[in-house]
Design a protein around this ligand. Structure first.
Ligand code: FES
Length: 145
């Protein structure tokens, strides 16, 4: 085997050994895309089920068409739901819904927001962004405002 043949042989070998990695990477990318529900013609996207919302008291989705979404039941009318962008407007931590305090609470510096997203306790000064949300059957849907 001369030098040229050796390099060609090593090249084929490395291509063959990296092929499964490339295929796996492409497969996982396709898989995560297929778990995302499509945005409907009316602009709404299914982000979860009512069962999950009931079970956990909140429904968090990291990747939707509008970005991060946190859905809760409206504490003043549990037949309605509220959806916000849970990115804290102070420095960007992700807030969670605290049922006992009836507030979105930021774990980083303690900002609190009312269920409509308005700041009730700093250091955050700006409200959380809100989305239009509704329930259809057992599905929770969200649409950018
Ligand atoms: S990042 Fe939320 S209070 Fe600072």
């Amino acid at each position: 085997m001369n030098r040229r043949e050796f390099i060609a042989w090593v090249g084929v070998g490395s291509l063959a050994s990296s092929l499964p990695v490339v295929i796996a990477a492409c497969s996982s990318q396709t898989k995560s895309q297929s778990t995302n529900t499509p945005v409907r013609a009316d602009g709404f996207q299914v982000v979860g089920t009512v069962a999950d919302l009931d079970k956990n008291g909140q429904l968090f989705r990291e990747e939707t068409a509008v970005g991060k979404v946190l859905v809760i039941k409206d504490p003043s009318n549990t037949s309605k739901i509220i959806a916000v962008n849970p990115t804290c407007t102070h420095k960007g931590c992700v807030v969670g819904w605290n049922q006992d305090q009836s507030s979105f609470v930021c774990p980083c510096h303690g900002s609190k927001y009312a269920s409509d997203g308005k700041v009730t306790n700093g250091p955050a000064e700006k409200p959380l962004s809100t989305y239009t949300a509704k329930v259809e059957g057992n599905e929770v849907l969200v649409k950018g405002s």
